[in-house]
Design a protein around this ligand. Structure first.
Ligand code: UD1
Ligand code: UDP
Length: 407
């Protein structure tokens, strides 16, 4: 209620803020889904327009259909074996046209993909403010992960509101000179999605997990797809898996193979038709989370898995040289072990042999989020649209206090 020029009380009606939510790949869909649903609950405040670049096709659709999200605009840009430059220029070009038609008041992007960077640039050229979910992750090595470290930094420069998932991510942004008023700490939205999925019933029947003996074997879940890992490193990882399977007769490896053709060809060349190694297609998120629940250990180069494993109390080895998500490592819940065959076999064997070492590695509390990130993001967007600062009251921000020895 406000007072009008004649001194009468009057109700001020604001037009809903039009928010274009942009997604390109599987993890963007999984991590943006709870934000989209939360925004849509406030339909009087937000007019939500979902744009899919479809940088991924099948893997994006799989995630979107589980969360019952149908994009309002689908740019359908995936090209088999797409190069970074071609994809960047196509997203920039098509996004510019889409933004010109949709005329959003704000563009919301998530993560560090080509979709995120090219969309932010297109929005900047049209002077549309960008809000960046999962801002501030840094490895300080431009080639690891490549090109994601560069994409994140470039996106930060173009961003108006930074939704940092953790206090550490905020610190990274402050060090780069981002104004504190443009940052708020929300937790990672993947934890919201994970909580939602864990509440859903599941049966292996009819899924690629049907028939895999989880009861009488220890399962190692493997995922691996990063561009810097392709080639020699991925070969080393696959050869290490062969060694582990040979050494431990009670172990099975389940590896949902990313659709990147280079990943497919290396994994299939080395691991096809190996007893107790299951190469399966990418899984929908419900099936994948239930696979994680059934595993003894996770070996991965994925970003999202590092953030999910603590909630599920699963120890995780990061198959990379460095991680931009060190929070789990700092809590002793994960370990960065690199990509050499020798190191992977050594670390994995240690964990498989030493029960005490294993139990210390499990936790349950999650340094990446508490399941309320999406509601914080929506609250901050509301406040921003009304010109209010801070974006969130400090008491509302995500904090994490634990201290758990582990790996
Ligand atoms: C991209 C992101 C990476 C993210 C990953 C999530 C960039 C530069 N990389 O990597 O940060 O971690 O997604 O998985 O943005 N393909 C299909 N169908 C699909 C998906 C991919 O066939 O549904 C194949 C295509 O041949 C495509 C290739 O995989 O050319 C690579 O896809 P792309 O999105 O370029 O890179 P990713 O390696 O998936
Ligand atoms: N995931 C999935 N199905 C799979 C493999 C992974 O749903 O077969 C989920 C996983 O739980 C996580 C996200 O996809 O939430 C990670 O995606 P990806 O590894 O492709 O990308 P990254 O996290 O490395 O950016």
């Amino acid at each position: 209620m406000q007072t009008d020029r004649n001194g009468q009380n009057t109700i001020v009606r604001y037009l809903p803020m039009r928010v274009a939510v942009v997604l390109g790949t599987r993890p963007e869909a999984i991590k943006m889904a709870p934000v989209i649903h939360e925004l849509k609950k406030c339909f009087d405040l937000f007019d939500v327009v979902v744009i899919a670049t479809a940088q991924h096709r099948e893997m994006l659709d799989q995630a979107l259909s589980l969360f019952e999200i149908v994009p309002n605009h689908d740019l359908n840009l995936m090209y088999p074996g797409q190069s970074l430059s071609l994809l960047t220029s196509r997203v920039l070009d098509h996004m510019d046209l889409a933004l010109g038609r949709i005329k959003p008041d704000m563009v919301l992007v998530q993560g560090d993909t080509t979709t995120v960077f090219a969309t932010s640039l297109a929005a900047f050229y049209r002077k549309i403010p960008v809000a960046h979910v999962e801002a501030g992750l840094r490895s300080h090595d431009m080639l690891n992960p490549f090109p994601e470290e560069g994409m994140r930094r470039l996106t930060t420069v173009l961003t108006e509101i930074n939704f940092a998932p953790t206090p550490l991510a905020r610190t990274m942004l402050l060090k780069e000179g981002v104004s504190p008023q443009k940052i708020t700490v929300t937790g990672n939205t993947v934890v919201d999605s994970l909580h939602y999925i864990l509440s859903k019933p599941f049966s292996c029947l009819g899924t690629p997990l049907e028939g895999i003996d989880f009861d009488n074997y220890r399962t190692i879940l493997v995922t691996c797809h990063r561009r810097e890992t392709l080639g020699k490193d991925l070969e080393e990882i696959c050869l290490a898996l062969l060694d582990i399977i040979k050494e431990f007769p009670d172990v099975r490896v389940v590896y949902p193979v990313h659709l990147n053709p280079e990943v497919q060809s290396t994994a299939r060349r080395i691991l096809s038709d190996v007893d107790r190694v299951h190469l399966i297609p990418p899984l929908d998120y419900l099936t994948f989370v239930n696979l994680m629940k059934r595993t003894h250990l996770i070996l991965t180069d994925s970003g999202g898995l590092q953030e999910e494993a603590p909630t599920l109390c699963k120890p995780l080895f990061v198959l990379r040289r460095v991680t931009e998500r060190p929070e789990a490592f700092n809590e002793g819940l994960s370990k960065v072990i690199g990509t050499s065959r020798e190191a992977i076999v050594k670390e994995t064997s240690h964990l498989l042999r030493d029960a005490e070492f294993y139990s210390a590695a499990t936790c349950g509390k999650n340094p990446y989020g508490d399941g309320a990130a999406s509601s914080r993001i929506v609250e901050a967007l509301q406040r921003w649209s009304r010109g209010l600062l801070p974006l969130l009251d400090p008491d509302r921000e995500f904090t994490y206090r634990n201290g758990n020895g582990g790996l």
